[in-house]
Design a protein around this ligand. Structure first.
Ligand code: 26V
Length: 821
């Protein structure tokens, strides 16, 4: 069925104009003549928020009256981006608002630029959470997202003389029009202190935690509007504040300054999002953040449950399912045990039974350095009672393992939550698997590797517990809102119900060879490229040819994602042009967007190298504009929304087995970009959908990577046997790209030759270069390319996050939709 404007039928242009003006006057204290874009943006948000809040109220009432089972999505990250355009589209108010504002002399797309991104996440994991809550609301599923109300999101990236500089992100500096503070739902969270062992009347041992510190968790709610605006769920983010109760002793003893200092400490908890830096162990504040939001969220869930069911815990597991987005919220498992055993005085088995029916865990990475482990000593200091509980969970679990494999200490060592060694460590992955009823990976290949390589002993112990749910993306944001011209073209061709049923895009397939449609499709792409070219000119003063291939690699910077493979290939092309001025290639613009973790040296060096090589190539007349290299600073959701619709080629070139899924790959293909990629993550499933003729697959497979590693991979073999590879790597050592600074780019060469090339860049280089030649050939055949691009869009139905969520519902959550009238 066609999307109706249910929520907004009554709202016409006149009403909307009236609402915006009213908010200019009464909310912002200004008027139409004085208002700048920022004020117009705020007034427009406020006018939209009226409709959002109406839906929120109805939804909450309906969920309460129906006493619905709900999923609680626990995530330290929600990468929401901007909300105005999304909310307008989901409410069906975009056109109304645009026309109304036009009549007031205001351009909607201009004022949308005033909105700061909500960048409360690092990358794929946080954006996935944002797509999932969009789908949950759209599918009318009772759900709540729980996370942290960071004062500063992911750092803002500036590029100075080619190098990344980090600046604080301040998304709330001038107020956030979407969030609602809920002081009535404040929670208290305890930290530090010691545990007292007591003996109760019945001889039962009782543990009492005497915390050293108490802090307040203040909830901020962000409404999450489903498509067509019926269900409006919430994202509840906790902000830390000093507790009213705690530091009065210090204060009364005359320690006013010390009391203030404690304030600062409490408020530090939600101050800043941690970037994905090398290793987490030792970062006490990070563990405190995790516990803080989990404890607040669990108490919030229990408060809501008790309102309906009192002290009867028997229905808790029917009402509550909690999805752990990676191990970041794994501390919620011992926290729920503590609440049930110490507070509610349930016996251990009963409590454990509840826990293991409530939690489910998603794994998002196999990289050893990204698997969370905390020193037991640190947990003991911050959460002494929780460490005891973790030991007790482990003790009972080890008994179970012994039953299955009597006397097998090797198995026990692998399965144990505790890693013995110099310093005892708590493995959050093992805790998550043991405390959950379901574990999932995020793409077929990744889930297979989770079973086979990461948790083989758990797979043997509990066959069937580990499953797959392939990631997805919301087509509302990642096609309808970000690519209005393509959306309109699709509407015209196959109707407008595809945002709710993305498999409908399949209907485009039969037009893939239609010349008129091809022309229209590529005209949209061309117009999007013109817009991006303007943006590039504006922000970097680089002229790019809109008829060139726009080749895009946008994702966090990491060696396993191999931005340096892309760079080495660019250098190879440059070298070929210098050696042969007639080198035949279609002009190409290589566009990058990537943030490096501030402490990740080589990643920052790669950014620097991209900029320095780019600078040289862009200004070398001998290149005759056949190559341009563009590094777009401060890659973020709102920039992705501009780059993706303008992309021809999507670079998905991770070492096979390393990228759990990827989601940018889906966004780009959905918008008609062709993938050049390895058989890794969701690329494999994208290839299955579009067919081998419509994707450029190259390089080692997972098995070949393993085999080569086992045989003893030697990058020097490739260096000496491939003259081009040698020439390029040697080039990095000169000062050709960094005049006067020889060796400034040498760390890349070193990582590939001296340090063993852990991600097999050199092993895949030739295959990658050959695949790029195929890309070039394909692009020159306009008809062929148009057909391939259309097929890519047409075959992306599988990758809607609605399908991912339906998989979670069927396999894991067992939820029912609840219609909001
Ligand atoms: C964390 C760290 C921390 C230590 C340094 C290295 C490192 C590298 C990666 C990470 C991220 C781990 C979790 C994560 O963000 N995974 C991403 O999740 C996406 C959604 O499932 C998925 O599409 C990406 O492939 C996966 O990398």
């Amino acid at each position: 069925k066609a999307p109706s404007t249910t929520a907004s039928e009554a709202i016409n242009k006149i009403d909307f104009k009236e609402a915006v003006i009213r908010h200019l006057h009464c909310t912002l204290g200004t008027d139409e003549n004085k208002a700048n874009n920022h004020a117009w943006w705020k007034a427009t948000c406020a006018a939209i928020q009226e409709n959002v809040l109406e839906g929120l109220r109805k939804t909450q009432k309906t969920h309460y009256l129906n006493d619905t089972r709900a999923v609680h999505y626990f995530s330290a990250e929600f990468l929401m981006g901007r909300l105005l355009s999304n909310n307008m589209h989901n409410l069906g108010l975009f056109d109304t608002a645009q026309e109304a504002l036009k009549e007031l002399g205001v351009e909607l797309t201009d004022i949308m630029e005033e909105e700061p991104d909500m960048a409360l996440g690092n990358g794929g994991l946080g954006r996935l959470a944002a797509c999932f809550i969009d789908s949950l609301a759209t599918m009318e599923l009772p759900a709540i997202g729980y996370g942290i109300h960071y004062e500063h999101g992911l750092f803002r990236q500036e590029i100075k003389s080619g190098a990344q500089i980090e600046r604080p992100d301040s998304w709330r500096d001038y107020g956030n029009p979407w969030e609602i503070c809920r002081p009535e739902s404040i929670q208290e969270v305890s930290l530090y202190g010691y545990v007292e062992t007591k003996y109760g009347e019945n001889g039962r041992i009782q543990k009492e935690w005497h915390p050293g510190v108490t802090v307040k968790g203040v909830p901020w709610d962000i409404p999450v509007v489903g498509y067509e605006g019926k269900t409006v769920n919430v994202l509840r983010l906790w902000q830390s504040e000093a507790s009213d109760y705690f530091n009065w002793d210090v204060f009364n003893a005359g320690g006013y300054v010390d009391a203030q200092r404690e304030n600062v400490h409490a408020e530090t908890i939600s101050k800043v999002l941690y970037p994905n830096d090398e290793t987490e162990a030792g970062k006490e504040l990070r563990l405190v953040q995790q516990y803080f939001f989990c404890s607040c969220s669990l108490k919030d869930i229990i408060r809501r449950y008790k309102r309906a069911h009192g002290d009867d815990w028997s229905r808790f597991v029917e009402q509550v399912v909690i999805q752990l987005n990676d191990t970041h919220p794994a501390i919620a498992i011992p926290e729920l045990m503590r609440i049930l055993v110490d507070r509610a005085e349930l016996d251990w088995d009963k409590a454990w039974n509840i826990c293991t029916q409530v939690f489910a865990y998603t794994n998002h990475t196999l990289l050893p350095e990204a698997l969370e482990k905390w020193p037991a000593r640190m947990i003991e200091k911050i959460l002494p009672r929780h460490l005891e509980i973790i030991y007790e969970i482990n003790h009972r679990f080890m008994a179970l393992v012994d039953k299955k494999w009597p006397g097998d200490n090797e198995k026990k060592a692998k399965l144990s939550i505790i890693e013995e060694g110099n310093e005892k460590m708590v493995r959050m992955g093992n805790l998550s698997v043991i405390g959950s009823f379901a574990v999932n990976g995020v793409a077929e290949i990744h889930s297979h590797l989770v079973k086979q390589n990461l948790f083989p002993e758990f797979e043997a112990l509990w066959p069937g517990k580990i499953t797959n749910v392939t990631n997805g993306i919301t087509p509302r944001r990642w096609l309808k809102a970000c690519n209005p011209a393509l959306s309109a073209l699709i509407d015209k061709k196959i109707g407008n119900d595809w945002p709710l049923d993305l498999n409908k895009l399949e209907g485009l397939s039969k037009h893939a060879e239609n010349k008129t449609f091809q022309k229209q499709f590529m005209q949209v792409k061309h117009a999007n490229k013109q817009r991006l070219a303007k943006e590039i000119k504006h922000s970097l003063d680089i002229d790019v040819d809109v008829n060139a291939i726009f080749d895009v690699q946008i994702k966090r910077l990491h060696e396993y994602k191999r931005q340096h493979l892309n760079l080495l290939h660019i250098m190879a092309l440059y070298r070929r042009i210098l050696e042969n001025p007639d080198y035949d290639m279609h002009p190409r613009v290589f566009i990058f967007g990537a943030k490096a973790a501030p402490g990740y040296r080589l990643a920052k060096d790669i950014i620097y190298a991209i900029n320095m090589v780019g600078n040289k190539i862009n200004n070398d007349p001998r290149v005759k504009n056949k190559i341009k290299v563009v590094f777009m600073p401060n890659y973020r959701v709102s920039l992705a929304e501009k780059m993706i619709p303008a992309s021809d080629v999507s670079e998905q070139i991770s070492t096979a087995g390393k990228e759990a899924s990827g989601t940018g790959n889906m966004k780009l293909a959905l918008n008609g970009a062709l993938t050049i990629g390895t058989l890794d993550g969701a690329n494999i499933e994208i290839a299955e959908e579009v067919g081998d003729d419509n994707i450029f697959i190259f390089g080692l497979t997972v098995d070949e990577v393993d085999a080569l590693k086992n045989d003893g991979y030697n990058p020097l073999d490739y260096y000496y046997r491939d003259a081009e590879i040698k020439a390029i790597l040697d080039w990095l050592e000169t000062d050709y790209f960094t005049p006067g600074q020889p060796g400034a780019l040498v760390s890349i060469k070193q990582s590939l030759l001296d340090e063993g090339d852990a991600y097999m860049v050199l092993a895949d280089f030739r295959a990658y270069s050959d695949a790029q030649i195929k890309v070039d050939e394909a692009y020159r055949d306009k008809t062929r390319w148009a057909k391939m691009a259309i097929i890519n869009t047409a075959k992306m139905g599988k990758f809607t996050s609605d399908r991912s969520i339906q998989d979670y519902v069927d396999k894991i959550w067992k939820l029912r939709a609840c219609e909001v009238k």
